[in-house]
Design a protein around this ligand. Structure first.
Ligand code: DGY
Length: 327
């Protein structure tokens, strides 16, 4: 019996995808450029499964070229790179990897929040470049955390994990979300508020919502102007949740104090982008889930989803369970 053809858009360490060995015919694309291109595209007509990354677009055009496709498995929790309705219309289940990157992403969120609050990039650069004179009582002053307010936009798994960590730093918690989460309020003392109030009252605003039509451009000029002048914006969600041009102006003109970005729009952010020139903007290259453990588990779960789909079974983590007749 011939093995089902699977397209893997980017090489992964063999031990991360060991469960596929001997069960699929795996065709792997190159590390660069990102996405399905060249040779791999030529095999779409026989592909029964796709294992993709958040940088791969799985859209109508690609699906139309893959008539035998039975499962799409994303090695990410976010699925904004995939046209879910188009997959659902075709009865193709889409898998993702929730849970296993929650701690890594929440840790990174706190790392960049603290880094921006305490001006680590500027002070480290100054030390390295010989600008560390004597100990200065007024040098490199940053923001206090205890008693300050953190507003969390999107109280999903990662938002909650950030809230848990933030409590340890003595931050007060506000959150906005499509619906209140009474269990989070009870456990962590977080207050559910409309976004407008969150922006107005928070010293730190941390974004953890998915990217969708409702959240694209959510943090626009009006939102940035609504924030406190001393506030710090943290984005560990998706770049397009923030209007990049408005953010440049906000940081340049002092509408807010600083930003810490794990994600940007566009991504990757080209070296000539004005955000890099701003000393009050910390940018790291989408490394929220970049720990050995988290990335390996993401790949393993992506394989589990893929194999389940090929076997015609429910995916352990499916974003469109309606393809299995679930509501
Ligand atoms: C995800 O899985 O969506 C994350 O952005 C990866 O870091």
């Amino acid at each position: 019996m011939s093995l089902p053809t699977i397209l893997l858009s980017h090489p992964l360490p063999p031990e991360w995808i060991a469960s596929l060995a001997g069960r699929v015919r795996l065709l792997t694309g190159p590390a660069e450029p990102p996405g399905f291109s060249g040779e791999l595209l030529a095999h779409l007509d026989v592909a029964e499964g796709i294992l993709c990354l958040l940088t791969d677009r799985v859209d109508e055009a690609l699906l139309a070229r893959a008539p035998r496709l039975r499962v799409v498995s994303n090695m990410a929790v976010g699925v904004d790179n995939i046209d879910i309705p188009a997959c659902t219309r075709r009865g193709i289940p889409v898998g993702h990897t929730p849970g296993v990157l929650t701690d890594a992403t929440a840790d990174l969120t706190m790392a960049i929040l603290l880094s921006a609050a305490r001006r680590l990039p500027e002070s480290a650069r100054d030390a390295r470049q010989g600008r560390w004179g004597t100990w200065s009582p007024t040098g490199w002053l940053g923001a206090d955390l205890r008693g300050a307010t953190l507003g969390i936009v999107g109280m999903g798994k990662i938002g909650r994990a950030v809230a848990e960590r933030a409590r340890g730093f003595g931050l007060r918690l506000l959150y906005s979300n499509p619906a209140p989460r009474p269990e989070v309020e009870a456990a962590l003392g977080a207050e559910y508020v409309p976004l407008e109030a969150l922006l107005r009252r928070s010293d730190f605003v941390s974004l953890h919502c998915p990217l969708n039509p409702r959240t694209r451009g959510l943090i626009d000029e009006a939102a940035l102007r609504a924030m406190k002048p001393g506030a710090i914006l943290v984005n560990a969600a998706r770049g397009p949740v923030v209007d990049s041009a408005a953010l440049v102006r906000a940081l340049t003109e002092g509408w807010i104090a600083a930003a810490a970005l794990d994600v940007t729009d566009p991504e990757p952010l080209p070296p000539e982008h004005p955000l890099y020139a701003l000393p009050n903007c910390l940018i790291v290259p989408h490394i929220g889930s970049a720990t050995h453990g988290a990335r390996r588990r993401m790949a393993e779960i992506a394989c589990e989803n893929l194999l389940a789909g090929l076997a015609g079974k429910r995916l352990p983590h499916c974003v469109n369970p309606q393809v299995f007749g679930d509501v």
